[in-house]
Ligand binder design. Structure first.
Ligand code: ADP
Length: 479
């Protein structure tokens, strides 16, 4: 692999080392070290915040047209460099190459979308109840944004946040996930190359050992006005409480627990591909993955046998760089061991193994299908984050709606039904931020992405995505 990797931190337009030395990034497919990356300390973060604050004084006054023009350039550059970027994603995350290329295209779509939305940041005039006043609102950027991104969509989550932040007029300090900093740095280099001014984007990678220190520096800085995070609920809760001290605006995209319900009128010709896409995309490591399958007793056996057959014929486990592979390794040992333990416990609790369930070498895990699962079993109570489908049987709509809502998380939910009244009833009753009706691939730049309950606050993408990075100012004129 001859591609040159970017491994340094980027602060105030300068590529440099981190005060913590370096940390290793590994290829999850082979366990081999890919690179040593700058390990930033809290002091590096403070300097990055300083650089972003200084750049903000200029960036906030650029016109929306200028910012939009730069966002279009970033889109074009992402698309022009798709293959190289996809290879970097696959090397450090294990994601199959086709999916990595898809992620780069998805990332570009947010730059196009927010280039367009930047120009529509309207205020309004408000009719006054007294003749001596005139009232208007305007939108302004909030200031420096801290963006903390995960490893499962390492460029798309950065892109979705960054495009909105830049469009609104914010400058950024980005902390990428320790498993996947290389794609964040490669993307940043590309932004530098198309002319993003120094200090507007700063990137401070750090090792897992330094994440608390770096996270605290971002939360505690009064100069950081908004923090946007995608990751686990536990870390989100910590950031939420820590940011209380500086009263930051917060956008949190946290863990999901998506129910996938198959009602008696479901068309299995749609439900089976929907289940396959939702469960096995990115080897099950997405926050909107179907987590709990509830299948009506009348369709249960047919659904299970057809899903098992689709798994046998459509899924190929292996190195993400190899042709035809669509199931890569899990990201790291911690996630792998967690999944192995949860499957073992669920089987010991009485679930039946229809496919998979046994270990493979390295960080690979076989596509697995378990039936006879009950809501009290381990896998039904946790976010699985791996290629394991668990099937529960149900009898009535009332029972299954109650079961699907019986979780603290509420990101996405899916169901298959052709009963129009039921479609409305269930879509409204689901306690989630996003519902897929006879469809599981919902994420797109035009639609609001975000959850309710412990799955987070705020929306990304869509016309609402800019709200996270801008504030509404009311101006009252006496006349
Ligand atoms: P996972 O457990 O799947 O790795 P995390 O929520 O731990 O998910 O990670 C998501 C992102 O949050 C990563 O960039 C990670 O480094 C970061 N992170 C983890 N802990 C903290 C923390 N205390 N402060 C700031 N960022 C953190």
């Amino acid at each position: 692999m001859s591609q040159k990797l970017v491994t340094e931190a980027y602060v105030g337009g300068v590529w440099r080392g981190g005060r913590g030395g370096t940390f290793a990034v590994y290829d999850p497919a082979t366990g081999a070290e890919i690179a040593q990356v700058a390990d930033c300390s809290s002091q590096d973060v403070e300097e990055a915040i300083e650089a972003a604050s200084e750049a903000y004084l200029i960036w906030r006054h650029t016109s929306v047209k200028e910012r939009a023009a730069l966002l279009y350039k970033i889109r074009d550059s992402l698309l022009a460099n798709k293959d190289n970027l996809a290879t970097t994603i696959t090397r450090e995350s294990g994601k199959p190459l086709g999916q990595s290329a898809g992620e780069v295209g998805f990332s570009a779509s947010f730059f196009e979308w927010f280039a367009e939305e930047a120009r529509r940041q309207y205020g309004e005039t408000i009719p006054s109840s007294v003749a001596s006043k005139r009232m208007v609102t305007i939108r302004q950027p909030v200031g420096v944004a801290a963006l903390i991104t995960p490893w499962n969509f390492p460029i798309a989550m950065m892109a979705r946040k960054l495009a909105a932040a830049l469009a609104a007029g914010c400058t950024c300090v980005i902390k990428p996930a320790e498993d996947t900093p290389l794609i964040a740095l490669a993307f940043t280099k590309l932004c530098e190359d198309v002319g993003v001014p120094a200090g507007v984007i700063n990137v401070v990678p750090c090792s897992r050992e330094r994440v608390l220190e770096v996270g605290a520096a971002l939360c505690d800085s009064p100069q950081v006005q908004v923090l946007s995070f995608t990751g686990s609920t536990a870390v989100g809760q910590w950031l939420y409480s820590r940011c209380g001290l500086t009263v930051k605006k917060l956008s949190l995209e946290l863990g999901g627990d998506a129910p996938f319900i198959v009602f008696p009128t479901a068309n299995l010709d749609l439900a089976i591909p929907g289940a396959m896409a939702s469960k096995f995309r990115n080897t099950g490591q997405t926050c909107v993955s179907a987590n709990r399958f509830f299948v009506h007793e009348s369709l249960h056996d047919e659904f299970v046998s057809r899903l098992a057959a689709a798994m046998d014929t459509e899924l190929k486990v292996g190195r993400g760089l190899d042709t035809g592979v669509n199931q890569g390794p899990l990201i790291n040992q911690r996630q792998h061991d967690r999944l192995v333990k949860m499957v073992k416990e669920t089987v010991a609790e009485g679930a039946q193994v229809v496919r998979g369930g046994t270990s493979m070498s390295g960080l690979y895990y076989p596509p697995t299908l378990l039936t006879g699962v009950t809501p009290a079993m381990t896998l039904a109570k946790n976010e699985i984050f791996g290629p394991v489908a668990i099937i529960m049987k149900f009898k009535t709509e009332e029972e299954v709606v109650k079961l699907s809502n019986h979780t603290r998380r509420g990101l996405a939910g899916y169901f298959y039904s052709n009963d129009v009244s039921q479609v409305w009833r269930v879509a409204e009753a689901m306690e989630v931020g996003m519902v897929g009706v006879n469809e599981t691939l919902m994420s797109t730049c035009e639609a609001p992405f975000g959850g309710v309950k412990y799955s987070g606050i705020g929306k990304e993408g869509s016309k609402y995505g800019l709200d996270e990075y801008s504030s509404l100012k009311y101006i009252c004129f006496g006349v």
